[in-house]
Design a protein. Structure first.
Length: 241
C-alpha cells in the first residue's frame, strides 16, 4: 500500500465543513489536476464552473434539495463542454453528435474524480452532487450555460468538520468479474445487507440505514421525475441524442 491508495480506500462523503477557506494556491493546484485528467481523443470536452457567488450557491442548494450545499466553502460544477470545439470546428452543426456528448460526460467524470483524490490527499473533504440532475434545466438557466454544454456532477469541498463512518461496499467479486458477467449470489447480498445495517449516516445519526435491498427497492421506483428528463434537456442544449 502507498499513501494514495490509503487515501482512496478511506474515501467518505463530507457534508459539513469548517469555516476555514480553501486558499487560492490549493484551488489552483486542484484545477491543474483537473485539466490533466485523461480525455477522449485529446478533445478536452469538459470544463468546470467554479461557483463563488453565494446567491448562486443558495439556489443550487435549493435545486438539489440539500441545504448544507450552500454552506460549503467551494462549489464546483463539472460540465460537458463541446461548445469550445464546435466553434473551432466551424459552428454548432459540427458538434452535436452523441459520441461528443458521451466523451464530454466521461471527461467530466474523470476530471471530478481526479479532483477528489487530489483534494483528499491534502486533507480536504468532498461531496459529489448528483443532485444537479434534480432539475438540470434549472441549473442550466441559473448558471446561464450555453448550448452544447451540460451539467454532469457537482462537488463541494472544504476542510472536514465531521468524521463519518466508512460506508460498507458490496464484496469485490460482486463488482469485479473475470471474462464475463456473474450475478450476485443471495448469500452475498444477505451478508451485505447485514453489514449495511451497522452503518450510521450522519444525516440521521441516531438511526442505522436501511438494508441495501430495501434501498434499491425504494430508489428503483417506477415513478418518474425530472432526473429522468436528463437526455431531453440535453437535446434542448443542442445535443443529438
Amino acid at each position: 500500500m502507498n499513501q494514495t491508495i490509503n487515501t482512496q480506500l478511506a474515501h467518505r462523503t463530507i457534508r459539513e465543513f469548517t469555516s476555514e477557506p480553501v486558499n487560492k494556491e490549493t484551488l489552483d493546484r486542484l484545477f491543474e489536476v483537473a485539466i490533466h485528467a485523461p480525455t477522449s481523443l485529446g478533445m478536452q470536452n469538459a470544463s468546470i464552473i467554479h461557483v463563488t457567488d453565494q446567491r448562486l450557491k443558495d439556489e443550487l442548494a435549493k435545486i438539489g434539495a440539500q441545504a448544507y450545499v450552500a454552506k460549503a466553502p467551494v462549489y464546483l460544477l463539472f460540465i460537458v463542454d463541446t461548445r469550445r470545439n464546435s466553434l473551432i470546428a466551424g459552428g454548432p452543426s459540427a458538434a452535436p453528435y452523441p459520441r461528443n456528448f458521451i466523451s464530454g460526460f466521461t471527461d467530466a467524470c474523470l476530471m471530478a474524480q481526479n479532483v477528489c483524490v487530489a483534494a483528499e490527499s491534502l486533507g480536504l473533504g468532498i461531496n459529489f452532487l448528483g443532485n444537479v440532475h434534480n432539475d438540470a434545466q434549472a441549473v442550466i438557466d441559473l448558471l446561464q450555460l450555453p448550448g452544447l454544454t451540460f451539467p454532469v456532477v457537482g462537488m463541494t469541498l472544504g476542510w472536514p468538520n465531521q468524521d463519518p463512518q466508512l460506508k460498507p461496499r458490496l464484496p469485490r467479486h460482486a463488482r469485479v468479474m473475470e471474462n464475463g458477467y456473474v450475478d450476485l449470489k443471495a448469500e452475498d447480498l444477505a451478508q451485505y445487507d447485514e453489514a449495511m445495517q451497522t452503518y450510521y449516516d450522519l444525516r440521521d445519526a441516531n438511526r442505522r440505514v436501511d438494508s441495501f435491498t430495501d434501498q434499491v427497492k425504494a430508489k428503483f421506483s417506477p415513478v418518474k421525475d425530472l432526473r429522468d428528463a436528463t437526455l431531453e434537456i440535453a437535446k434542448r442544449q443542442g445535443f443529438d441524442l
